[in-house]
Design a protein around this ligand. Structure first.
Ligand SMILES: Cc1cc2nc3c(=O)[nH]c(=O)nc-3n(C[C@H](O)[C@H](O)[C@H](O)COP(=O)(O)OP(=O)(O)OC[C@H]3O[C@@H](n4cnc5c(N)ncnc54)[C@H](O)[C@@H]3O)c2cc1C
Length: 447
């Protein structure tokens, strides 16, 4: 198995496969783990099947922002619940998740960007967000007088951060304490369909009977769905990040400008990233899905670079199998942990931009660098829905680079959804059928 990504070794979650459960969850990221937690607390027998390690893909590699700011308006109420759940979960873990209300600030260099911020704020205000427009003097006051040509910004003081590689495994412990079984190193190869309905999952270690399955497979979900005849226009993009050694100078807050994004870490350093700068590996699926993404690329809100073919065994690599027999090894077992190489040139440029803004940080060294594949959809909101054509399957995927913050609320929603309960929100925006029912794509806010 691939080396774990800053997670405890040996894997804490092992155990024999159960014969039957109420709910099987595919994927041990934040979505799968929190679904397991709330379903187990509701009294369901639950198993999480994770091909690699809990939180080893996106859920431990992200920036750690838990933000309301800039969200799609249909996500805001769900995010409000998520921020409450984060506090509850942190309390349940004795405050060990590194959770802080440190605020999030977007920094603008021009009036056009400020207009986008004002527009978002105007529409978000009715939801009761704490967000506010900042002028330059307020930025100086809030961020410790940085050097930078910003004219203003958008700030949400109640937004939070946590330590992803600590928080999600702790959520795993809470799920296990609630009675969920978590099995690492166990790929799900496919669904066991009987009479047109889900009757179980086929794993590399055998079958488990169940009539409810949640697919929370992150970057791997489209591959899994396609095997069962469901096509979604989800692809993945690479985002590089790094951690600095402890620094003094900047205020302990999250902020982003066109050249860098920053988040204070519990170890005194910062997690930095090259803002919205992402890489797309060319692969058969990216080419096939290109038409969905062209409007997004031309919208100009993101810097997207095309890269050479996706590395071997990546979900969209040329020779990754798109169809398989469940009796044999599948693509999920060939890559236990999706771990793209970070772009070290981007790391250097990001640290330089951070140093320029806070010259006192020039002594900081790069303590760690990594990258993650972010699962994206063309309208930049996820799918959280039951799959009509496969009764018994519910899918939660395409979290579009913001599933860490909202994760616990989607976990709670999914746990209710599989029980046929009212989930408390209108989930139309997150329906699977929006990609096939002729609906126009309505992209989320691009601030
Ligand atoms: C660099 C970076 C920065 C980000 N910053 C933020 C941020 O600041 N705030 C924020 O809210 N979000 C952020 N995100 C996005 C966030 O991390 C993701 O949206 C979230 O973690 C997705 O969680 P998930 O559980 O859906 O997927 P993942 O964490 O990717 O987990 C999916 C899991 O499913 C497993 N799996 C897949 N297929 C199978 C199978 N067949 N059998 C068994 N297991 C399987 C995989 O091994 C994987 O562990 C960022 C992401 C990255 C990469």
């Amino acid at each position: 198995m691939t080396k774990p990504f800053r997670l405890p070794d040996p894997a804490p979650y092992r155990g024999a496969l159960p014969d039957a459960v109420d709910l099987a969850i595919i994927g041990g990221g934040i979505i799968g783990i929190t679904t397991a937690l709330y379903a187990a607390r509701a009294g369901l027998s639950v198993v999480v099947l994770e091909k690699g390690r809990v939180a080893a893909e996106q859920s431990s590699r992200n920036w750690g922002w838990i933000r309301m700011q800039g969200r799609d308006f249909d996500e805001i109420p769900i995010m409000q619940e998520a921020q409450q759940l984060w506090q509850d979960l942190d309390t349940d873990s004795n405050g060990a998740m590194g959770l802080r209300s440190c605020g999030v600030t977007y920094l603008a260099r021009d009036a056009a960007k400020m207009d986008l911020y004002r527009d978002w704020l105007e529409k978000a205000k009715p939801y009761g967000v704490s967000s506010q427009i900042l002028d330059r003097a307020q930025i100086d006051q809030m961020l410790g007088t940085p050097k930078g040509d910003w004219i203003g910004g958008l700030n949400t003081p109640t937004d939070m951060k946590a330590e992803p590689d600590v928080a999600v495994p702790l959520m795993g412990d809470l799920a296990r304490d609630a009675g969920a079984q978590i099995i690492e190193g166990c790929a799900v190869r496919g669904l066991d369909m009987v009479a047109g309905k889900v009757a179980g999952v086929v794993t590399e270690a055998g079958k488990i009977a169940c009539d409810q399955v949640v697919l929370a497979g992150g970057a791997w979900s489209p591959l899994f769905l396609r095997q069962h005849g469901i096509s979604i226009p989800q692809t993945s993009v690479r985002n590089t990040a790094c951690a600095t050694s402890p620094v003094s100078g900047p205020e302990m807050t999250c902020a982003v400008d066109p050249d860098f994004a920053m988040r204070p870490r519990e170890d005194g350093g910062f997690t930095l990233a090259p803002s919205t700068d992402t890489d797309v590996y060319i692969g058969p699926d990216v080419i096939r899905l290109m038409r969905w993404y062209l409007p997004f690329v031309f919208s100009g809100g993101f810097k997207v670079s095309l890269r050479p073919p996706a590395p071997k065994h990546f979900p969209d690599a040329l020779f990754t199998a798109r169809r398989w027999n469940d009796a044999n090894e599948t693509p999920f077992e060939r890559m236990r942990i999706l771990s793209p190489k970070p772009d070290m040139k981007k790391v250097a440029a990001t640290v330089k931009a951070f140093n320029r803004a806070w010259p006192d940080t020039a002594e900081a060294t790069v303590a760690d660098a990594w990258a993650g594949m972010i699962d994206v959809l063309p309208d930049v909101v996820p799918v959280v829905d039951r799959v009509e054509k496969l009764p018994g399957l519910t899918v939660a995927t395409g979290m579009c680079g913001h599933g860490f913050g909202i994760g616990p609320a989607f976990g709670r929603i999914l746990a209710d959804m599989v029980q046929g309960r009212d989930v408390g929100y209108d989930m139309t925006r997150f329906r699977l059928s929006r990609f096939s029912d002729g609906s126009p794509m309505v992209p989320g806010p691009n601030v």
